[in-house]
Ligand binder design. Structure first.
Ligand code: MF3
Ligand code: CO
Ligand code: CO
Length: 263
């Protein structure tokens, strides 16, 4: 495995990429409500990334993906394709996954859940899934093994009655959208894949958590991944930099408080 260690100048470019991805999510948040289509959300994000940020939406044409963003509603686990005919309705939960490639050629990748109207079950799932992300971020520092982060995620999900998706993982990120290492969110590491973190590594944590079983299947469009049992699924994602003392959340948004990382 070849896990890139970023140089100080690359780290600056990653910080910029991360801030840009976060800004897309902040921009779109007030637009996400019942009656809006996922195609419209995608269009607004695409135009903002190109016209306001001067960057590129990395998913577009990535292995043939047809849109700028991924929009995954309810039992869709990830890689949902935005669609003008797919309107959000009361009680839906939706993941919006944004990846920006800057003019410098570096990537920032982040996703969030939106709860449309009211859904008690959806809100609980979204909250526990975000806690899985935060608990693992808090553990990131040099010397920590990926499996330790994964076990914390799995423990929190399963102790709340949920399951952790195994078919999709987090990833190293930098000049490549997806680079080494692979980050599994459950305890399934081969010894050689369970690397220990070093300062200068950048990677994503992006747990996908299901109300029912962990199994998924991909629809005939070749992209949309759903839970096999059609149960509800949620995901949150951040791009992280391992620092000498811990972690920097490169895609942190204004609505988040990461002061707990400085204890
Ligand atoms: N952003 C997703 C991730 O977190 C990848 C989307 S790939 C696409 O890794 F082709 F579906 F856009
Ligand atoms: Co990612
Ligand atoms: Co993503």
């Amino acid at each position: 495995m070849n896990v890139p260690i970023k140089t100080p100048s690359e780290i600056d470019k990653m910080r910029d990429a991360g801030r840009q991805a976060a800004s897309v999510i902040e921009m779109i948040t007030p637009h996400v409500k019942a009656g809006v289509s996922t195609g419209e959300i995608d269009r607004l994000c695409h135009e903002y990334i190109v016209n306001e940020l001067g960057s590129t939406p990395a998913p577009l044409n990535y292995h043939g993906f047809p849109k700028a963003t991924c929009t995954s509603i309810n039992h869709v686990v990830c890689h949902g394709i935005p669609d003008d005919a797919k309107k959000l309705k009361n009680g839906d939960i939706m993941n919006l996954d944004i990846t920006v490639r800057t003019a410098d050629g570096y990537h920032g990748d982040s996703s969030v859940m939106f709860v449309v109207g009211e859904t008690i079950q959806g809100e609980r799932l979204c909250r526990i899934t975000q806690e899985c992300l935060y608990k693992s971020i808090e553990m990131v520092k040099p010397g920590v093994h990926l499996s330790e982060l994964a076990r914390a995620i799995q423990k929190h999900a399963e102790s709340n009655g949920y399951s952790v998706v195994r078919d999709f993982c987090g990833h190293g990120i930098g000049a490549e959208f997806h680079e080494d290492p692979q980050f599994l969110h459950y305890d399934g590491y081969a010894p050689e894949a369970d690397i220990s973190l070093e300062a200068g590594m950048c990677f994503t944590i992006e747990p996908m958590i299901n109300v029912g079983g962990y199994k998924t299947k991909v629809l005939r469009d070749g992209w949309t991944a759903i839970t096999k049992d059609r149960s509800l699924s949620a995901q949150w994602e951040h791009t992280l930099l391992v620092t000498d003392t811990g972690v920097e959340v490169l895609t942190a948004r204004g609505d988040e408080d990461f002061s707990f990382l400085n204890r």
